[in-house]
Design a protein around this ligand. Structure first.
Ligand code: AMP
Ligand code: MN
Ligand code: MN
Length: 319
């Protein structure tokens, strides 16, 4: 598939799905595609299904149209999955995918095995939103699509600074800016802005952090009870693992947080050498070399020890 219009032609309805715990690229790519379909194929009925996301993303056009309830009887002609690396990452959306006639996935996770009829996988590209831009007819990209894709690109590139950022990324961001994206507001309000409880929970996690592997690894963890004491939820932890990675001399940051009693999410980031997706894959997770995650069950100390031993192995492989 060279252009998304090829799969839009001849279909009357489309479901758009992203991954569980939607991030900026997930929400941005799904909503960007939604607005594009409204313009490029106005006769088509398009619905976006996503788990509830951070309220900062309500700023995006169309955020209010997103369905958070996946219980639908509808059978869609077309189902387009954005930014999800495997079927398990769809959560309840998998049932919608299974019933659709034509299935497509647009993604940039190198761990994606290909689970739809058509897969557009570009592991070198910084965001799914950037891939979608390349699949769209530029003249049919309106302001709404531009705002959503720009947001997705900004989030997955750490505001255009990660190694995945290319001159083409900047060129596309420029073209989107020209379509009227309020970029200062988008970046400040969806990326940097923190609530008071987000700020306090970040402070606690950073204060509790430890170094290991001769200062190459920084790690920290937080329980549900500790979050509750500061009025925070797992949705308030965005940006913490990136902040930890900034520490001088650190190659890998590992952050564990409890999402349900006895279930921990591990978030990892690396600076330049270690491939953290390999450590995540050992526990059934995935992601990219510089950003990956997985879920583990057990007590906090046990889960932390298991993750740290994999991280240390990955660090030793690059010594
Ligand atoms: P996070 O640490 O949750 O921000 O995730 C970092 C990257 O790893 C993202 O690109 C995610 O899509 C991916 N990732 C996180 N958790 C998982 C998981 N359980 N399975 C597969 N990929 C994941
Ligand atoms: Mn994502
Ligand atoms: Mn992404």
């Amino acid at each position: 598939m060279r252009k998304i219009d090829e799969v839009l032609a001849g279909n009357r309805s489309a479901a758009i799905l992203g991954h569980i715990h939607p991030d900026g690229d997930c929400v941005g790519s799904c909503l960007g595609l939604y607005h594009y379909i409204k313009k490029a194929a106005p006769q088509m009925e398009a619905d976006v299904y996503l788990e509830p996301f951070r309220k900062e993303f309500f700023l995006l056009p169309g955020a209010g149209d997103v369905h958070h309830d996946f219980q639908t009887e509808k059978i869609y002609d077309l189902c387009i999955v954005c930014d999800a690396s495997d079927r398990g990452r769809l959560g309840a959306g998998a049932a919608i995918l299974d019933r659709a006639r034509v299935t497509v996935c647009v993604d940039h996770h190198k761990t994606n095995p290909g689970f739809t009829q058509i897969t557009v996988l570009c592991p070198e590209t910084g965001s799914t939103s950037e891939i979608l831009f390349e699949l769209m007819e530029e003249s049919l990209i309106g302001r709404e699509t531009a705002v959503c894709l720009y947001t997705g690109m900004a989030h997955d590139t750490g505001v255009f600074k990660y190694q995945s950022t290319t001159s083409r990324t900047m060129e596309i961001a420029g073209k989107l800016m020209d379509k009227g994206v309020p970029f200062t507001e988008i970046i400040d309000q969806t990326f940097y802005q923190k609530s008071f409880s987000q700020t306090r929970i970040m402070g606690k996690v950073l204060l509790d952090s430890q170094l290991c592997a001769d200062g190459q690894c920084i790690y920290s963890s937080v329980s549900l009870a500790e979050m509750e004491a500061l009025g925070a939820t797992p949705m308030d932890l965005e940006g913490i693992v990136e902040q930890m990675r900034l520490v001088d001399g650190v190659e890998v940051s590992l952050f564990l947080y409890e999402t349900a009693p006895g279930i921990f999410k591990a978030s990892m980031r690396s600076k330049s050498r270690a491939d953290v997706s390999r450590a995540a894959a050992r526990f059934g997770g995935g992601g990219h070399a510089r950003a990956a995650g997985c879920s583990l069950t057990g007590d906090r100390e046990g889960v932390l020890a298991a993750m740290l031993s994999c991280v240390k192995e990955e660090l030793a492989a690059h010594d």
